[in-house]
Design a protein around this ligand. Structure first.
Ligand SMILES: C[S@@+](CC[C@H](N)C(=O)[O-])C[C@H]1O[C@@H](n2cnc3c(N)ncnc32)[C@H](O)[C@@H]1O
Length: 230
């Protein structure tokens, strides 16, 4: 069994050729990671959105960065916790993607100089510290609860790095966002309504609420045939 500072690890194949490690217990990704990577590229939506380079903020296991790399993007994944960065680097090596994805330790709250990217993606922690019980696992708590920065902090950092920032979050967190000279250009709701995808862009404009085909997005990454209802 694979182990690390997280305890036992599992290896997943989220897309053909990818070998991504995550803790067996603790913070594990859900379907929102496919949704975020797809939304950033317009997969599962009405039109594709081209991008060649991306930065992921709060990369965790690196799953979103690696999914984007599997579609040919060059990606930088930034993460506060060095243990996650080590794990994500190991997954990049196992996937033979070291040339296409670079993970480093960075805090979204510290302004930093970096080459811009076409798009920033993030799946920030979204629970308020006062809301409900917190996970006793410190890494899971830091992934789920806004202990080291808010959704707004992630978006603000992203807007310094790219012309568009795609995030996945709770609808109320997206509605709370405030910015000057930027607007939510696209949004979509995942099945069930509890999770929203949004793209923030520089400039002015109105929000287009897009349909989002989650099964098609999932199938596109997994390399599965897209089933159409008969
Ligand atoms: C919800 S998890 C998302 C992990 C991964 N991107 C995914 O979608 O599975 C949020 C991640 O943000 C990281 N994080 C929290 N605060 C941060 C900060 N101030 N700077 C950088 N990363 C941070 C957490 O450690 C965690 O890995």
């Amino acid at each position: 069994m694979l182990t690390g500072p997280f305890g036992a690890l599992t290896e997943e194949t989220p897309a053909p050729g990818l070998r991504v490690l995550q803790p067996e217990r603790g913070y594990r990704w859900g379907v929102e990671v496919y949704a975020l990577a797809a939304f950033a590229l317009g997969i599962g939506g009405p039109a594709s959105v081209p991008a060649a380079t991306a930065i992921e903020l709060g990369a965790g296991s690196g799953i979103v960065s690696l999914l984007l790399a599997s579609r040919g993007l060059t990606v930088r994944g930034w993460e506060l916790d060095p243990a996650w960065v080590q794990l994500a680097r190991a997954s990049a090596r196992r996937s033979r993607f070291e040339g296409r994805v670079r993970f480093s330790v960075r805090d979204v709250r510290s302004p930093t100089r970096a080459a811009p990217a076409d798009v920033v993606v993030c799946n920030p922690p979204w629970f308020a510290p006062a809301a409900g019980p917190r996970s006793p696992d410190p890494r899971k708590a830091a992934a789920r609860t806004m202990l080291h920065g808010t959704v707004q902090d992630f978006v603000n950092a992203g807007l310094r790095l790219a012309p568009r920032v795609c995030l996945v979050s709770r609808p109320e967190r997206v509605h709370e966002l405030r910015f000057e000279g930027c607007f939510i250009a696209r949004s979509a709701v995942l099945p069930g309504g509890a999770v929203t995808l949004a793209e923030v862009r520089h400039g002015e404009g109105t929000t287009v609420c897009e349909p989002f085909d989650l099964p098609a997005a999932y199938a596109a990454f997994r390399g599965l045939p897209i089933e159409t209802p008969s």
